[in-house]
Design a binder for this molecule. Structure first.
Ligand code: GLA
Length: 364
């Protein structure tokens, strides 16, 4: 018998590059994502197939598996299977077919989606109740240790615990979370994909993580803070290295912007939220330096359109996607003008589309 499952992609509304600094983040799951079809097998193997990636791989459950670049995207399910086995969970022999309408490499968390989807569907076969917070943390650990990206928990959390029409306010230091209704009324959420190939993303990401860790280490000499997000702006004067101080200033002010955003969204004050989005992008550009020409062009040209309340990069950066909150009457104009200016500035064609906030991982 075949069973079907779905895991969404996500956007982060605000709170960027602070999940691994114990900060507050505000991601939301999307209605687009990855569909997984599960079918039991009688041998001791797992077949991983993807029509989207045009790639198949068969693994033997008796084998010790390690990360191997030639395994391409199957490294994500293989990492999940390896870690589930290590922790003593039952992993059933099966064929899994993946089908995605989530653009890969676009910073909409296709990797978190495939991780959470694989773990969810394998565990569903033997466990009656899956703790989704545990599941998110488990998948984050696989990404850190098996894949080698030192990411925080935001993406896996959003994919596992998303809720239609809501953003998740997640405290990454405690994993406490609550849902914030997102009522856009005459406005909509646009995703703007740079379609820039993101080759060095993993090493650059890990470099920012290391710079944040260095800032924390310096501040801990004189204060008892556990996470960089607990620092105050005046405290950052203790950091003498200019680059490390800039990184830390982004982290601390971004965390404050999330708090302000939540206040604004609770009053459905989208204009204030939009201004905070713009400030977030500027900080990611000038202080954290994770944007680049492509994301800056999309966000900054978007911000200039009348009817656009705010625009910013979302996710890890260095390419990938930006998001914007735009009046429905201005969507076509934004698509046209930003698309044209983007092509002129970068030579690339971007993709801009309206997105809905959907649920987290689920059985279909
Ligand atoms: C990537 C990581 C997340 C988070 C974002 C930046 O998406 O996987 O953990 O750090 O970048 O906010």
């Amino acid at each position: 018998m075949m069973k079907k499952y779905f895991a969404p992609g996500r956007v982060n509304l605000i709170g960027e590059h602070i999940d691994y600094n114990g900060g507050l983040v505000l991601p939301a799951a999307l209605t687009i994502g990855i569909m997984g079809t599960f079918k039991k097998r009688d041998d001791n193997k797992i077949g991983l197939h993807s029509a989207t990636h045009n790639f198949s791989k068969e693994i033997d459950l008796a084998d010790e598996l390690v990360y191997d670049a030639s395994n391409e995207w199957t490294n994500y399910p293989i990492g999940i299977i390896t870690q589930l086995k290590k922790e003593g969970h039952f992993v059933p022999p099966c064929d899994i077919h993946f089908e995605s309408n989530l653009p890969g490499g676009s910073a909409l968390s296709s990797s978190a989606a495939i991780e959470v989807l694989t773990a969810f569907m394998l565990l569903q076969q033997s466990e009656s109740k899956i703790d989704l917070v545990w599941l998110a943390d488990f998948c984050r650990m696989v990404e850190n240790d098996f894949i080698g990206v030192k990411c925080g928990i935001m993406d896996q959390f959003a994919v596992a615990l998303g809720k239609a029409d809501n953003a998740i306010l997640l405290n990454c230091a405690t994993l406490e979370h609550s849902y914030i209704p997102i009522e856009l009324n005459d406005y909509c959420l646009l995703v703007m994909n740079t379609k820039k190939p993101r080759s060095l993303i993993h090493s650059k990401y890990n470099e920012r993580k290391a710079e944040s860790d260095e800032a924390l280490r310096i501040l801990q000499v004189t204060s008892g803070i556990k996470n960089l997000c607990e620092a105050t702006v005046p405290q950052l004067d203790a950091i003498k290295d200019e680059i490390i101080r800039k990184r830390a200033l982004h982290v601390v002010t971004e965390n404050l912007r999330v708090k302000e955003s939540v206040k604004a969204l609770r009053f459905n004050d989208l204009s204030t939220f939009g201004r905070l989005m713009n400030a977030s992008h500027a900080s990611l550009k000038n202080l954290y330096e994770v944007t680049g020409l492509e994301l800056d062009t999309l966000a900054e040209e978007g911000q200039k359109i009348k009817g656009c309340l705010g625009a910013r990069m979302t996710g890890g950066g260095f390419g990938g996607c930006a998001i914007a909150i735009v009046h429905k009457d201005s969507v076509e104009e934004l698509k046209h003008i930003v698309g044209w200016k983007y092509k002129r500035a970068t030579g690339l064609d971007c993709e801009i589309y309206e997105s809905e906030i959907g649920d987290g991982v689920k059985t279909m």
